[in-house]
Design a protein around this ligand. Structure first.
Ligand SMILES: [Zn+2]
Length: 288
């Protein structure tokens, strides 16, 4: 093989990372649907696998040569591996430095968010930001930042565009504001935080597959947001402030809020992970 054919081969490689959460998966409406170990979770984890597989199928149908799926929900052990499309691989397990975005680097050509949801304090099926009852609000540089928004900022910093987003109608509408070029797939219509009008998997899987196929046909340009990044996090109770300001650089800004500023999203998203982990650990069962 000549050098030029090596180069041609390198040019045609297309790697896609799928970050898969659970609240925005087809048919999911209840906290029990996403609670590892519950009977309802046992069923909905199979729907999570099939939403992911629909995306994998679409990406391979449009020229992807590698698809890596990162588990991004709860214990990160939801998808039964034997149900995963055999062309993909799956990052299973917790304690990942980049959490929901483990696997992202400059070698990834496109990222997709499957099963995502709206942020805490906003209408949307199972809306929350990381820690459902503890974190009330997150702003980045003064703008509302749910999980999708902050993960897309990290991807953009590494030059990786978000090409597809799936979830309920309100999460998709929100994503249209910060990722207008990404394909969006509405798998359910929010009626309330715990109620939705759901399309059956036979419908949503075709929608997801077709959107994934379109998404790689024309990968959008991506522009990194100017640094630095200032996170402002508001909690439901004061003790989370004491717990999280043990992290150097995290400062109290009001009775129930903290803030920190870092030069890159790579650093900021890791600091936020530490903040959310400590905030969760500071909560007492039943009392918060
Ligand atoms: Zn989530």
């Amino acid at each position: 093989m000549t050098n030029s054919s090596y180069e041609e081969e390198a040019e045609t490689m297309t790697k896609v990372l799928i970050s898969a959460d659970m609240e925005g998966i087809t048919g999911v409406t209840s906290p029990y649907d996403v609670e590892p170990g519950s009977p309802r979770w046992q069923f909905h984890r199979t729907l999570m696998a099939s939403d992911i597989n629909a995306a994998v199928e679409g990406f391979f149908g449009s020229g992807a040569t590698e698809v890596v799926v990162n588990e991004a929900h709860a214990s990160k052990r939801n998808v039964p591996l034997d149900l995963l499309d055999e062309r993909a691989s799956l990052i299973i397990g917790t304690h990942k430095r980049l959490g929901m975005m483990e696997g992202i680097d400059a070698g990834v050509d496109a990222v997709a968010f499957v099963g995502y949801h709206n942020g805490s304090g906003h209408q949307g099926v199972l809306a929350h930001t990381y820690i459902a009852t503890v974190i009330l609000d997150v702003l980045i540089n003064g703008e509302p930042a749910n999980e999708g928004r902050m993960n897309a900022l990290l991807a953009a910093e590494l030059g990786v565009p978000l090409v597809m987003f799936t979830g309920d109608d309100l999460a998709c509408a929100d994503a249209s504001g910060w990722a207008p070029a990404a394909e969006r797939v509405v798998v359910k219509r929010c009626v309330d935080r715990y109620t939705a009008e759901c399309l059956p998997p036979a419908r949503t899987h075709e929608l997801i597959r077709a959107a994934a196929q379109r998404a790689l046909a024309q990968i959008p340009e991506v522009t990194a947001t100017a640094s630095p990044f200032t996170y402002e996090v508001t909690f439901d109770a004061t003790h989370a402030v004491n717990a999280t300001t043990t992290i150097p650089g995290v400062e109290q800004t009001s009775e129930r809020s903290v803030a920190f500023t870092l030069p890159t999203m790579l650093e900021a998203i890791r600091c936020f992970k530490a903040v959310s982990t400590l905030a969760k650990a500071s909560a007492e069962p039943k009392f918060g």
